[in-house]
Design a protein around this ligand. Structure first.
Ligand code: F0G
Length: 353
């Protein structure tokens, strides 16, 4: 482990002798056992897969490394993506690493500050679009169909190939696939990729079961749940503010083949899960990531019994991606003191007791 996903899962990826085996250290992320939420919800075993520990702080790096390696192999001259933020950060980083110019289209004013900061730091050309993610993705598809620039959104099949490696890791660490996998759904690539990964390991007889795939959209951006595209999706979880997911059909297949669900959670449920995860588990995921945990809390509340089940929630991105929301939604207080021991004792001893 620790060698990057191309090396680690070479035999499951579209790698040839001329594929550059690059890595920024993606993959091999922690699977952490829940200390409090699992027992509180009556789960047999609950784990969080910390995808925020990838080099740019989200799961996107797993797919990006494959997409970029293939782009280099095919002598691409540049890459382009539309993004709610994380894909752009990842494309910008791998582009910088490989000297491949990156252009990222983002919905104007709707990308979390940390993600924007990353794309800027890595030196991507940032193109703000006066429209939402769906509009930006359509533009990127039109542009890359006319020009020799590689599209690195998850409609590029190499992206999902790389992202499926997270399902391999979960299975490798647990010794088998889990019974349930809870995951946020935006453009629906990741749920598709996990399902593919679990099926491949099962077919290779490395696991003995297939998980129920439990996908969650934000209620204001839940086209799959509603059964029709949404023109103006709205949610506090900006990463999954998507009204017309590219991998819609394959997400339905993952749901139906696995005996799972695709459901929605409200912004209040997302925020509650976001705070609980950080303040009771020490796991700081971004709001979109908390949708998986919000979904788990919701379904257990509706009577889903997980008492002898192994459950994994995917925490898709780091909480540091969206510092504005972290501060504005925090229930914690900051206290000011004079710089004296007496003043410190006055506040610290009462807090500790
Ligand atoms: N969680 C995070 C943190 C994300 O950034 C995304 C998608 C998702 C979940 C949903 O994954 O789209 O495969 O269903 N972010 C994309 C982006 C859209 O542009 O960064 P999905």
């Amino acid at each position: 482990m620790g060698v990057g996903v191309l090396q680690q899962y070479r035999e499951y990826l579209p790698i040839t002798d001329s594929t550059p085996m690059l890595s920024l250290g993606e993959g091999d992320t922690p699977l952490v056992r829940s200390n409090r939420l699992g027992p509180e919800l009556g789960c047999g075993e609950l784990y969080f897969k910390l995808e925020g520990c990838n080099p740019t702080g989200s799961f996107k790096d797993r797919g990006m490394v494959v997409a970029i390696a293939k782009a280099l192999e095919e002598h691409s001259v540049g890459i382009m993506c539309a993004s709610t933020g994380n894909t752009s950060a990842s494309a910008a980083a791998y582009g910088a690493y490989c000297k491949l110019p990156a252009m990222v289209l983002i919905p104007k004013g709707e990308v979390a500050l940390g993600k924007l900061a990353q794309a800027m730091a890595y030196g991507a050309k940032i193109i703000m679009v006066d429209g939402n993610f769906d509009v930006a993705l359509k533009l990127v598809r039109d542009f890359t169909s006319r020009h020799r620039i590689t599209l690195v959104n998850s409609v590029n099949p190499h992206r999902l190939q790389g992202q499926k490696t997270a399902a391999f890791e979960v299975s490798d660490v647990l010794g088998d696939a889990p019974d349930y996998l809870f995951i946020p759904v935006g453009n629906a690539g990741n749920i598709t990729a996990y399902w593919r990964g679990f099926k491949e390991y099962y077919q290779a007889e490395l696991t003995t079961l297939l998980p129920h795939m439990m996908g969650f959209q934000a209620a204001g951006a839940a086209p799959i749940v509603l059964g029709h595209p949404i023109k103006n999706p709205q949610t506090i979880a900006s990463a999954i503010r998507i009204g017309n997911p590219a991998s819609w059909q394959s997400a339905l297949e993952a749901r139906d083949e696995s005996g799972g669900v695709i459901d929605s959670v409200t912004d209040d449920e997302i925020l509650d899960a976001y705070r609980r995860l950080a303040s009771t588990e020490g796991v700081f995921g971004e709001p979109a990531s908390a949708a998986s945990v919000a979904g788990l809390i919701k379904l257990v509340g509706q009577g889903l019994n997980l008492s002898d089940q192994r459950v994994v929630c995917i925490i898709t991105g780091s909480g540091l991606k969206d510092p504005d929301l972290a501060v504005s939604s925090s229930l914690g207080q900051t206290i000011e003191v004079e710089p004296t021991l007496e003043a410190l004792e006055a506040v610290a001893l009462t807090a500790a007791l």
